[in-house]
Design a protein around this ligand. Structure first.
Ligand SMILES: NC(=O)c1ccc[n+]([C@@H]2O[C@H](COP(=O)([O-])OP(=O)(O)OC[C@H]3O[C@@H](n4cnc5c(N)ncnc54)[C@H](O)[C@@H]3O)[C@@H](O)[C@H]2O)c1
Length: 321
């Protein structure tokens, strides 16, 4: 089975997935690139042989599914249009910009019987999966605390008015906080309360987890980034697990240390996870199963990020989920 996909959004990440990811996949065919900026649609479609169009409604007869790579505040509108026409949807993170909109997307997909996946990369990273496996083997004993850092410079194609603005779709919290919350939830489980202090470009989160332990996350896009732009550690009673996510080279991986044992696994580049995301979505469509990050999972990450935004506006007061 080949899933015929329209890419909605020929911007920065749309171009990366059209050029570097789709051509290497066998279960999906990128048949259309849709962008109201038709020049962008044409430029991105050129990488793939797909047809360029200015609106999703112009290509509905030619596709089974829509890969939504538009700015945050447009996720809901584009995803709902696709779902209402019976198309499977892969939507970029965050699933939406409000909990209510996320619920509308999830409910609409369920009612239409289509597969809804959210393009959250971290659960697809081998490093995260290896860390989860080691935690499952009790390799570091009972977790004591978790920390993560995402530090880089927002530059080049990533500088966009909608992303840098202080409106509900902008800021590092919605953009990168979603990834960090996803990572922490993957490593340490559900979040029950969150506090955020800082600005919309640099902030720190304190997360109280259902397990009773605390996680901290520092996010900034104001510091020059090297290859290891995300690191996270789970500190355990008998050792520690470190996860490194490499956005530039192929040095991402997972390291285990205890007084008795030390090992490193992986040689991973972050962007490879986009192939895993699309492949998983296509397999979910073919086998009528849930994707690894479904709408419920994406909504849970969004809820934490929005609670953090409320906390930021309340000078860091803890907000319960
Ligand atoms: N997971 C990742 O690794 C990753 C990386 C970067 C961006 N993203 C996400 O991808 C999304 C897009 O980010 P970007 O940096 O590419 O933004 P961008 O501004 O570079 O591109 C967005 C594109 O969407 C187009 N667009 C607007 N309305 C549209 C519509 N109704 N239909 C089709 N196209 C429309 C715009 O014209 C623009 O070309 C955001 O949700 C962002 O968070 C994810």
């Amino acid at each position: 089975m080949t899933v015929r996909v329209a890419l909605a959004g020929g911007g920065a990440i749309g171009e990366i997935v059209a050029r570097d990811i789709y051509p290497g996949l066998t279960t999906v065919a990128l048949t259309a690139v849709v962008d109201p900026d038709l020049d962008r649609a044409v430029q991105v479609a050129r990488h793939t042989g797909a047809r360029a169009a200015g609106a999703l409604v112009d290509v509905l007869d030619e596709i089974d599914a829509v890969d939504v790579r538009v700015p945050h505040h447009l996720h809901t509108e584009v995803a709902l249009t696709a779902i209402e026409h019976g198309k499977h949807v892969l939507v970029e993170k965050p699933i939406a910009t409000t909990v209510e909109d996320a619920r509308r997307i999830v409910d609409a997909a369920r009612a239409a019987g289509v597969v809804l996946a959210v393009a959250e990369n971290y659960p697809h990273l081998q490093a995260v999966q290896d860390a989860r496996a080691l935690l499952g083997e009790n390799a570091i004993g009972r977790p004591i605390a978790v920390r993560s850092t995402r530090a880089y410079q927002l530059d080049g194609v990533w500088r966009r008015d909608w992303r840098e603005g202080t409106g509900p779709a902008g800021g590092i919290l919605l953009d990168q906080g979603t990834h960090q919350v996803s990572l922490i939830r993957q490593l340490a489980g559900p979040v029950v309360a969150v506090s955020a202090v800082g600005s919309h470009e640099t902030l720190s989160l304190t997360l109280q987890l259902a397990s009773g332990i605390t996680a901290q996350s520092l996010l900034t896009w104001q510091s020059p980034g090297t290859w290891d732009q995300t690191e996270a550690t789970v500190f355990g009673e008998t050792g520690r697990l470190d996860v490194v996510v490499d956005y530039e080279q192929h040095l991402g991986g997972c390291a285990l240390w205890t007084p008795a044992r030390s090992e490193h696994r992986g040689a991973e580049n972050y962007y490879a996870s986009h192939a895993a995301i699309v492949n998983d979505w296509a397999a979910a469509i073919e086998h009528h199963r849930d994707p690894l990050v479904d709408g419920t999972e994406g909504s849970a990450d969004l809820a934490v990020v929005l609670a953090a935004a409320d906390s930021l506006a309340a000078d860091g007061a803890f907000v319960s989920l």
